[in-house]
Design a protein around this ligand. Structure first.
Ligand SMILES: [Mg+2]
Length: 261
């Protein structure tokens, strides 16, 4: 793991790596200081689509880590960028929060519930039968169905909660259509991140806590992978997967220790 210190760019998942809920995880602040002191490029990459980079920056700031908003990349931004490339100046009906709606506006999209090009679903706590019904009708009329990520659930401090993959499934089932998902493990989001960092794959590493999103995305993008056990994955889970991360560490503090020893 020592060779990681020679990498130029670090892609870092947030939940389960940097924090859990409102608790900073061990080594997170020191790791960011090390990245900055050593002139490394880094990007916080999250499948959460409800918050804008500005809000994520504020959250980290509250936890004691100061990072510019340009260092955050969400599945909402990746979705907006993907849709802009597919259908510039298009229209969307959105079930999601401000982080997703703002990203779509900034990508040149207009919100519409009359024959939109897309129905886009992201993380949200305001979820209604009425919006679901509308979404199903729009998809049946020809709107393409997009999810910001296929995550079924998210661990929170209050227990597990439904995520975008679960929220979109009633629309898929009722309309009889499969959604396209942009967030991790879709390598598209990783390629966006690498492009943003302006580094080659060989110079880049991803640090994440989920095998089925972070690690598989890293493997499929052919960048070095580090699994930390501070989130949803336990060491005994590793045997269940057909692929393996390059490195495994308890948390960012252990990654730091191994890298700088
Ligand atoms: Mg995570």
């Amino acid at each position: 793991m020592k060779e990681l210190r020679n990498k130029h760019a670090f892609i870092i998942d947030m939940d389960g790596v940097v924090y859990h809920g409102d608790t900073l995880l061990p080594g997170a602040a020191e790791f960011v200081s090390w990245l900055e002191a050593n002139g490394k490029k880094f990007l916080f990459l999250t499948n959460a689509s409800d918050k804008a980079p500005r809000e994520l920056r504020q959250k980290l700031s509250r936890l004691g880590i100061e990072v510019p908003k340009e260092n955050f990349y969400t599945s909402a931004l990746a979705t907006a960028s993907f849709l802009r490339s597919q259908c510039p100046g298009g229209t969307a009906f959105v079930i999601g929060e401000a982080g997703l709606i703002n990203a779509l506006y900034q990508a040149g999209f207009t919100m519409s519930d009359v024959r939109p090009d897309y129905v886009v679903v992201g993380d949200t706590r305001s979820y209604s039968y009425e919006r679901l019904e509308k979404a199903v009708h729009l998809v049946l009329e020809g709107a393409r169905l997009i999810g910001t990520s296929c995550d079924i659930s998210d661990p929170t401090e209050n227990g597990v909660v439904p995520s975008t993959g679960a929220l979109i499934s009633p629309i898929e089932l009722t309309a009889g259509r499969k959604a396209y998902f942009v967030g991790k493990p879709n390598p598209l989001m990783m390629r966006h991140a690498i492009k943003r960092l302006g580094c080659s794959r060989e110079q880049t590493v991803i640090i994440g806590d989920r095998m089925d999103t972070d690690i598989v995305a890293g493997i499929e993008t052919e960048i070095e992978t580090v699994l930390v056990l501070s989130g949803v994955t336990a060491r005994e889970d590793l045997a269940r997967f057909a692929y393996a991360p390059r490195h495994v560490a308890g948390n960012l503090a252990e990654v730091m220790a191994a890298m700088t020893s």
